[in-house]
Design a protein around this ligand. Sequence first.
Ligand code: PBG
Length: 342
Amino acid sequence: NRQTRLKPAGARTVDEITGSRRLRRMRKADWSRRLVQENHLTVDDLIWPIFVIDGKNVREPIPAMPGVFRLSVDLAVKEAERAAKLGIPAIATFPNVDMSLRDQTGSHILDPQNIINRTTSAIKAAVPEIGVITDAALDPFTSHGHDGILRDGIIVNDETVEQVTAAAVLQAAAGADIIAPSDMMDGRIGAIRDALDANGFQDVAIMSYATKFASAFYGPYREAIGTQGLLKGDKKTYYLDHANSDEAIREAEQDLAEGADMLMVKPGLPYLDIIRRLKDEFQVPTFAYQVSGEYSMIKAASANGWIDGEKAMLESLLAFKRAGCDGILTYFAPEVAQMLKG
Ligand code: PBG
């Protein structure tokens, strides 16, 4: 009969094959799945990146990032209040700087009253209980969209470090709790640590974008901060080659030796292997940046009805926890915090 044709004589039964181990046993019900769940996502894992822009009562949609806005400082403060109420531990701020203020060297980053510093002091004054993370990087301030001082077609390392270091001290003076240098210049962590300490900011921490890869996933962010049309060439002479993993270990090792308190991997989802390697190697607080392109892909596929956006969001965030992350920078932060609360 049909049965014997499908099961030739001598074939083993499933019990013989598995030795009676039935790995599906604990997956049989919701209660047993919950009981053996290894990783959890909580609101404490979330850092919310927000975009700020000059003006009052401005809430400008970013077409490539549905649900994300450029906010004037007054509204950024309101959002910080909302985030604190939701229990989100920290906010990371990114500026869209007026084009008239951008130049070859990104000098406006050294204005104590620039939009980033004004946002920081306004948030810390109104919502002192939320952590503020500032991106010490030149790209929103340069007329060419690079993260460094550009001379004769070269991003000049040491002068950029000087500029970024001075900017970090101003950001700390404005009230930043964590400085996150994202420019990938050599020596920046040590220089920033020295300068913070020399200026009485021993308690200001450094989250290093230690492993930041040259990536196509930053596209929507560049629209958000207005560098999309400006950027000439690519960032391959300073960001990591996305083919490399051992090099990421060397970068992280160097940044920790220079005084980084925390590491970040960026982008996130395509780099879970890097997160796991860093966590296994160093056992230090490790974060992922689920970048703009990752956010927009989920939003776009969801808007087309191709995936369940909410489930994909939660699955991607939990994947970061499984990979070893202590937290995630994600544009989904308020949405997911609301969901976890409800
Ligand atoms: C650069 C910077 C980038 C992002 C934040 N700061 C990358 C870049 O433009 O090259 C990307 C964040 C995102 O895509 O969400 N200092």
